[in-house]
Write a protein that binds this ligand. Structure first.
Ligand code: PLP
Length: 285
């Protein structure tokens, strides 16, 4: 648990974070994380004990907190708690660390924050390839400008809609979702960023269209530019994705998962390029 995730004079003199017994109760039932999903989070991939892209994750946590009008976060304290959580876990090749900041207990005006580390599941099947269903998200790409209260592009705790999308994909015989805007553009997955290859150019969805700025995409951008290619932000239709030279859903823990099918259309899969992308995201390059 983190004390002082927000500058709070009431917490002066207390340790910045404390390790707690994971089996002991920690969260009040009136915490707004539990009652309203009112807060923000990050999931960081940890490979051979080293967190990948930690600074971009912490910066994005701050960005999400600002979008929800939460108090400014002390990222140094959170980084120390991340280190402590990794150190406290048994060493395993792949861990995930989750950082959660909620608006706090109802009526107390003080955020609650905690960090935990957990062994990652096996993502071998997803990394081999995904059958993806295109699902209408029901909001246009202009929503961030017209309706910022929808929090499009914030990593808020309210992921029930994203999880419902995954269940709908399963009903359609797919493993994953590609959300599509109501004006017809491919956006992102419920927990992943879309990356598309067209010849020697890579394309991903502009953040202004209401998607989360992916930390994995940032790592891919560095890799692609290092290889003399480019990464553009451009709106693509699902048909353009299906007709591309390869498409992936990127995320910090599952890494780059190639899309093998978008609905009933089959896509090209480049395994060697996928391996290099995985190394780039996991900072194993
Ligand atoms: N888009 C959404 C909605 C997400 O929840 C996530 C991660 O969970 C991503 C994209 C991918 O972000 P990252 O590469 O930083 O894991």
């Amino acid at each position: 648990m983190i004390n002082g995730a927000a500058a709070d004079p009431a917490l002066k003199g207390r340790p910045a974070h404390r390790l707690v017994d994971e089996a002991a109760p920690q969260l009040r039932v009136t915490d707004l994380a539990a009652t309203r999903g009112d807060g923000v989070f990050e999931t960081v991939g940890v490979f051979e004990g080293r967190p990948a892209n930690l600074s971009p994750h912490l910066e994005r946590l701050q960005r999400s907190a600002r979008m929800l009008d939460l108090p400014e976060l002390d990222l140094e304290v959170i980084a120390q708690a991340v280190d402590a959580a990794i150190t406290a876990h048994l060493p395993v090749p792949e861990l995930l660390v989750k950082i959660v900041v909620s608006r706090g207990v109802e009526g107390q005006q003080r955020p609650t924050a905690w960090v935990y580390a957990d062994a990652a599941s096996s993502y071998a099947s997803a990394r081999a390839g995904l059958r993806v269903a295109a699902l209408d998200r029901g909001i246009p790409t202009t929503a961030p400008q017209t309706s910022p209260w929808l929090l499009a592009g914030a990593k808020s705790l309210s992921y029930a809609i994203n999880m419902a999308g995954l269940r709908e994909a399963a009903r359609r015989g797919a493993d994953e979702v590609l959300f599509v805007s109501s004006d017809g553009y491919a956006l992102e997955g419920p927990t992943s960023t879309l990356l598309v290859k067209q010849d020697d150019c890579f394309v991903s969805t502009p953040v202004e269209a209401g998607v989360l700025p992916g930390t994995s995409l940032g790592a891919i951008e560095t890799m692609v530019e290092g290889e003399g290619m480019t990464l553009e932000r451009e709106l693509l239709t699902p048909q353009q994705v299906a007709d591309s030279d390869g498409a992936w859903l990127l995320s910090s823990v599952r890494l780059a998962c190639p899309i093998t099918h978008l609905d009933d259309q089959e896509l090209t899969v480049d395994r060697e390029l996928t391996e290099r992308m995985n190394a780039a995201i996991a900072n194993r390059g």
